[in-house]
Design a protein around this ligand. Structure first.
Ligand code: ARG
Length: 562
């Protein structure tokens, strides 16, 4: 139900159609405090045409408005304030939530359009970082939001599985590696060899020549080189998948950089045909001066193709494969320029769909205020973060609810959910600090707090032992008003989150809804057996439904007991 529309119609009618409904609709505001009503209409747009004091116009307008649909309509200075009728409103909202259930907030704006999402995309033989975690959970939540609003997302893990570093890695492995070691602890061992290579090549520059030779062999399809590369790739992927499993996140495609090896010639060909390639110090570039960007480096002096060349091939491949309506890249803000270049080159190539490409950047995670990086040694190993979070959740559950059945499962959902929620409640572009103890708290602005509130709603319903009937759900209790209004705002909140590619809108919404519900529960007696019992339980159930949908949109589970 669009109450703003209803109000706009009331106003237009009272004014004998002197104003357009759309113009009125756009002016209607939501007042900052509840004592000013649920909606307010500023009189200023009328003052010019009516040549009367705004206060007078407001008073006259109130007299003209048919007030049967409202609790009251009041003039307050140059505003007309509308107070919705609580009984009608609650009845409508609660019926809608209960009948639509998990589909509440579904939309069709996506028209089944396909939306590839480039997300996570870690590099083979290196640990997955907190930055990759952000990309993974933001991308996953965007995929959920897109599904809910009628799009078809395609989650693509664009693995960093090609490049000269594999020549170095092969050389290092041949010198110092052992199969057993790698099998036992793939990522750490491969990283160790790689780091050792960089240490030793300072004094032994011949190592670099060997590495170059190996990479050349890899490019030429040499058996041994290919086998080693495939092995590194598959053991790395196995350990990445352990983390994705813990997070409960899956992908539709693992086509990484290597997949585009045979697809770059075409890109270079198109660039040549369109006379876009220029030589500069032996390298091939596309000049992007008119976009105010640095030139895009398409081919290096030695003929090797670069990161952006693969991304050009990937973008074209995705357009052909999915005929996407949008193509998203959830990648850290440090690559903003790269994606600007990517779009600009595609545009120059004559692909007008380059406008449908959107880089979704995000800020850094810091640890005690410091940037995390492999070099500084401040790598936080994601696997460990998740396990620690699960342990912390388990401790709290044991002290709060020692008899809980399937406590391990719940601890997993709470611990992992806490890490995901903490990441998503921050606006994407904001950097934030990671402190595990903060993250897993059951109070405050945390995932466990929302989960706990939802589990509490479920426990109230269990205790009540009353089957909610979906009829006559009038609820006049002013304590319930804020919660009802949040429930009603959920569908528009989902749409806003998709439009802005901003999961934090959903996380903040869930926190607000949970908080308002806890206030309601603290101030009103829900379980007394009077004639509004059914309506109150309908509210409790609606809150449970909407909190579960919101958590799931973020990729967080909602245990019904904890
Ligand atoms: N592997 C890259 C990194 O870790 C991210 C790749 C992002 N996706 C892309 N299509 N460029 O920095």
């Amino acid at each position: 139900m669009d109450y703003k529309k209803q109000i706009a119609q009331s106003i237009v009618k009272a004014l004998d159609d002197k104003l357009e409904e759309q113009a009125v609709y756009e002016k209607i505001e939501v007042p900052k405090t509840v004592n000013l009503g649920d909606y307010a209409f500023p009189i200023f747009i009328l003052a010019k045409t009516l040549h009367k004091a705004p206060q007078m116009i407001a008073k006259d307008l109130v007299d003209q408005i048919n007030q049967t649909n409202y609790e009251k309509v009041e003039a307050a200075g140059p505003y007309v304030n509308f107070f919705l009728d609580k009984n009608t409103f609650s009845d409508e909202v609660l019926q809608t939530v209960l009948t639509q259930n998990s589909h509440y907030g579904d939309a069709t704006v996506g028209n089944n359009g396909k939306v590839p999402i480039d997300m996570s995309s870690p590099n083979i033989a290196k640990p997955i970082s907190m930055g990759h975690l952000r990309s993974t959970v933001i991308g996953n939540s965007l995929a959920n939001l897109l599904t809910k609003t009628g799009y078809q997302p395609v989650k693509i893990n664009h693995l960093g599985d090609w490049g000269t570093q594999f020549g170095k890695l092969i050389e290092a492995y041949k010198l110092w590696g052992s199969e057993e070691e790698v099998k036992a602890d793939p990522i750490n061992k491969l990283l160790e060899y790689y780091v050792r290579f960089h240490k030793e090549d300072k004094d032994h520059p011949e190592l670099d020549d060997e590495a170059r030779k190996w990479f050349k062999k890899l490019e030429d399809g040499d058996d041994e080189a290919i086998q080693l590369w495939q092995w590194f790739r598959s053991v790395s992927l196995q350990s990445f998948k352990r983390i994705y499993d813990k997070l409960g996140i899956t992908f539709d495609s693992y086509k990484g950089e290597a997949f585009y090896n045979d697809k770059m010639d075409e890109v270079v060909q198109i660039l040549e045909d369109k006379k876009l390639l220029k030589e500069s110090q032996g390298a091939e570039i596309v000049d992007l001066d008119k976009y105010n960007l640095n030139p895009a480096l398409i081919k290096k002096t030695d003929g090797a193709t670069l990161y952006i060349t693969r991304d050009l091939a990937a973008a074209i491949y995705r357009k052909r494969t999915y005929d996407f309506v949008q193509s998203l890249y959830v990648v850290g803000a440090e690559q903003i320029n790269h994606f600007k270049q990517l779009k600009a080159v595609l545009k120059e190539m004559g692909f007008d769909w380059s406008d449908d490409i959107h880089h979704i950047p995000f800020g850094l995670i810091t640890l005690n205020g410091k940037k995390l990086s492999t070099r500084s040694g401040r790598v936080v190993l994601l696997d460990k973060v998740l396990d620690d979070a699960i342990d912390l959740a388990k401790q709290q559950i044991q002290s709060k609810n020692p008899d809980l059945k399937n406590a391990d499962q719940v601890a997993h959902e709470v611990g992992v959910g806490a890490v995901i929620f903490h990441d998503l409640k921050n606006e994407r572009m904001n950097s934030f600090d990671f402190d595990l103890n903060e993250v897993v708290r059951f109070e405050g602005e945390t995932g466990p707090y929302v989960q706990y509130t939802r589990a509490r709603a479920e426990s109230i319903l269990r205790k009540a032992d009353h089957k909610v009937t979906v009829a006559d759900l009038k609820l006049s209790d002013p304590n319930a008003w804020e919660t009802l209004k949040f429930l009603q705002a959920f569908p528009e909140t989902v749409l806003r989150a998709v439009r802005e590619y901003e999961p934090s809108i959903i996380a903040k919404y869930a926190l607000h809804l949970a908080k308002s519900f806890n206030q309601y529960y603290a101030n009103s007696k829900v379980l007394v057996k009077d004639d509004q019992l059914n309506s109150r339980l309908a509210l409790v159930q609606s809150v449970s439904i909407v909190l579960e949908i919101a958590l799931n949109l973020l990729g967080v589970q909602a245990p019904s007991e904890m």
